[in-house]
Ligand binder design. Structure first.
Ligand code: ATP
Ligand code: MG
Length: 438
């Protein structure tokens, strides 16, 4: 596209207040305070990034980022409630109760082709710390829709890259040369998909082509950063759509290779995963909490079952044990791509290992499942399997009903005798059924 290219010293197109729909009603009081005070002190003060884009799209932005020509120290001098954060690049956080307004000083990306030291061998940015004016700041941003600046001085929007047009035609366009921008930071591929899903935008042909080529570079992104990105991808309320797009652009395989393999092999697993993602989206939209361990468990389910079956064929062990062992091995493998903290993988393994126990609805051990610390998550997981016809509906109903019963009713449901006389002191262990080598 003509003006999403490189001419770095062009003047912005300035859209006056009367010609755009970003209203101050959509901007938080705190953000307005910060903008006005900076402006009064003689600095430039703009809103920038997602909040301007979302306001244009009438999506009611919640996070507000401010860009200014004041240095972080100058920002701090203006606000009592301000902390400077970041080592490599200093940002000011101005706090109003629970709300934080991030104030960044304009900076230039160190991505001039004559500056060899700013990129590593694959072209990734390794240095990004030079102050500059707004006309430099704009070119380091990723997509044209993310590079719109709302000027508090006269409520106009400054557009250097054709972002307004791209928002209007709902296209996600990378600023500059797409291949170069993806090499600098391969996470932009995931951001493309995330924004396309959230905003209902089309990924521009030029970006799609570059993704096709640069996909494997995701392997070079630090696993910890990919975990952060994983959360943004799947906990924003658009998980199902995001997942479909990740698969369409063959990015999902870069993130969860074992899962992707099973998705291709087994359509019923795809049904289950999509049902889980839909369920996550419903929860997010209803303001309920979601835990990444649940979705990770869903992604691991088919590969775990497969590996568990292999383990049982090699060595005698219970189904639960084999599931626990298999999910352990798979999460260890997965860590190389995405660093999932142990506080999520440990409960996830328990949740998967509990699944076989829902088939058992008689006796004390079955009843004990209700007291397990992972019962709730394991139950939700089982419910979801039942929803897509992959777990017995009657048994699922049993476990649903049992939760509303009194202690006595429960004992009856599990067919446990409550009479002291009837209590068998010694119960002979039933011999394990011989498993035939199937
Ligand atoms: P949302 O908050 O809805 O996810 P956002 O656009 O605000 O969207 P952030 O990750 O909060 O996204 O980033 C704020 C802004 O910083 C972006 O709009 C973009 O201009 C810039 N930005 C963020 N990440 C990158 C990146 N990896 N490469 C280039 N620019 C980026
Ligand atoms: Mg943001």
């Amino acid at each position: 596209m003509k003006n999403s290219g490189t001419p770095k010293h062009t003047a912005p197109k300035i859209i006056p207040r009367a010609a755009h729909n970003v209203s101050r009603n959509e901007i938080s009081k705190s953000a307005l305070k910060v903008l006005y005070r900076l402006n009064k002190a003689g600095y430039q003060a703009f809103l920038v990034g997602g909040c301007v884009r979302d306001a244009m799209l009438e999506l009611h932005p919640k996070d507000f980022d401010v860009a200014t020509d004041a240095t972080p120290e100058e920002v701090r001098a203006l606000f009592g409630n301000c902390r400077l954060i970041g080592r490599r690049f200093r940002l000011a956080h101005v706090r109003f109760g629970r709300e934080i307004i991030e104030v960044a000083t304009f900076r230039a990306a160190a991505n001039h082709s004559d500056d060899d030291h700013a990129h590593d061998d694959e072209g990734r940015i390794v240095r990004d710390n030079v102050y500059g004016g707004i006309e430099a700041d704009v070119w380091r941003r990723d997509f044209t829709c993310n590079a719109l600046y709302y000027n508090i001085a006269d409520f106009s929007i400054w557009d250097y890259t054709g972002g307004v047009r791209d928002v209007e035609r709902r296209h996600l366009v990378l600023i500059g040369d797409p291949d170069k921008r993806l090499r600098e930071d391969p996470v932009r591929m995931l951001r493309a998909v995330r924004f396309a899903a959230k905003l209902n935008f089309t990924i521009d042909e030029t970006v799609a082509k570059a993704i096709e080529q640069d996909r494997p570079l995701l392997a070079n992104v630090p696993a910890a950063r990919l975990f952060d990105e994983f959360l943004k991808l799947f906990e924003a309320g658009f998980a199902e759509k995001t997942f479909d797009l990740l698969r369409e652009y063959k990015l999902f395989a870069e993130l969860f290779p074992a899962t992707d393999q099973e998705l291709n092999a087994d359509p019923s697993f795809l049904d289950f995963v999509r049902a889980a993602l839909r369920n996550t989206d419903r929860r997010v939209k209803a303001g309920k909490s979601v835990t990444p361990m649940f979705l990770i468990g869903v992604f691991f389910w088919a590969p775990t079952k497969k590996l568990a079956a292999i383990k049982r064929s090699e060595e005698k062990m219970s189904e639960s044990q084999s599931l626990s062992l298999a999910s352990y091995e798979l999460s260890a493998q997965q860590q190389r791509r995405i660093a999932i903290p142990r506080r999520f993988t440990a409960p996830m393994r328990e949740m998967l290992a509990l699944q076989p126990r829902f088939t058992q609805t008689h006796g004390k051990r079955a009843m004990k499942l209700l007291e397990h610390r992972r019962f709730r998550a394991a139950y939700d997981f089982m419910e979801l399997l039942a929803e897509v016809g992959q777990f017995d509906a009657d048994k699922a109903e049993f476990w649903t009903n049992i939760q509303n019963q009194s202690a006595e009713e429960r004992a009856a449901s599990f067919e446990i005798s409550t009479h002291p006389q009837g209590k068998r002191r010694r119960r002979r262990r039933r011999p394990r059924p011989k498993t035939s080598s199937s």
